[in-house]
Design a protein around this ligand. Structure first.
Ligand code: CTP
Ligand code: MG
Length: 242
């Protein structure tokens, strides 16, 4: 089963508060998007990457991608008003003429048509390749939807609108989920056709009654969200170069 990766990078990064969209902020001389893209390009069975970029910075993103040597097709499309809309824009870009530009994939027949779609947050820029591979393997094993996740360290409360606790789910049943999330392409497209928004794609499939498998995530898949996360990311890159 061939693989496409959609990297969603169209958010503004309001919590980070930089003067650029978050995906274009640099760590160790590379943008968050470039860190994510370089790993995604290593995924086995890859036939296409779609980068969903801020509409205001399409040219900058195209230029950045031109600077990366790859034999895979990389398309850039403009994002939407929320993450779900950006994923939908990326999914729509999977339809156009896949394989036409892919000599290797053409030679392998239906490999050019991606059947597994991974959706990854550009902001999780240090996600290790083995997480991508774990997710793809589980989809190839027959799961329609697969997400990487880690046990939760805090006790989590469900509260009402006043902040009053309604319940305390047992911690051992909780997972903090990350990306890349992997799906059978047709099912992800069907889930997005509903037009409902959610903070991750798996929730859209859950709503349709699909079983979603959680595989092991990685602490390095933390999402750069706040200035403190950016500091952590800088420390991580600095630790690699010493
Ligand atoms: N994203 C996107 N399109 C949007 C909103 C988010 O492609 N309209 C992407 C972001 O670029 C990011 C991922 O979804 O890679 C996760 O979103 P988040 O961390 O919330 O990023 P932002 O929405 O940019 O940040 P904030 O919520 O702080 O504004
Ligand atoms: Mg956001």
């Amino acid at each position: 089963m061939s693989v496409a990766v959609i990297i969603v990078a169209a958010g503004s990064g309001s919590r980070l508060g930089a003067d650029l969209p978050k995906a274009l902020v640099e760590i160790g001389g590379r943008t968050l998007l470039e860190h994510s893209l370089r790993t995604a390009l290593e995924v086995s069975g890859l036939v296409q990457v779609v980068v969903v970029a801020p509409a205001t910075h399409l040219e900058a993103v195209i230029e950045l991608i031109d600077g990366i040597r790859t034999s895979s097709a990389v398309h850039v499309v403009a994002g939407g008003a929320d993450r779900t809309a950006s994923v939908a824009a990326g999914l729509a870009a999977l339809d156009d003429g896949l394989g036409d530009e892919l000599d290797d994939a053409d030679a392998q027949g239906d490999l050019a048509e991606p059947q597994v779609v991974l959706v990854h947050d550009a902001a999780r820029c240090f996600t290790p390749l083995d997480v991508y591979e774990r997710v793809v393997d589980a989809v190839r094993d027959g799961w329609v939807a697969v997400v990487p996740g880690l046990p939760v360290v805090d006790t989590v409360k469900v509260v009402d609108e006043r902040g009053v606790v309604r319940s305390t789910p047992p911690r051992e049943q909780l997972r903090a989920v990350q990306t890349p999330q992997g799906f059978v392409r047709d099912e992800l497209e069907a889930a997005h056709a509903s037009g409902v928004s959610a903070t991750d794609d798996a929730a859209l499939l859950e709503a349709l009654g699909h079983h979603v498998l959680v595989v092991e995530g990685d602490p390095l898949s933390f999402k750069v969200t706040t200035p403190a996360d950016l500091d952590r990311a800088h420390r991580h890159t600095a630790s690699l170069s010493t």
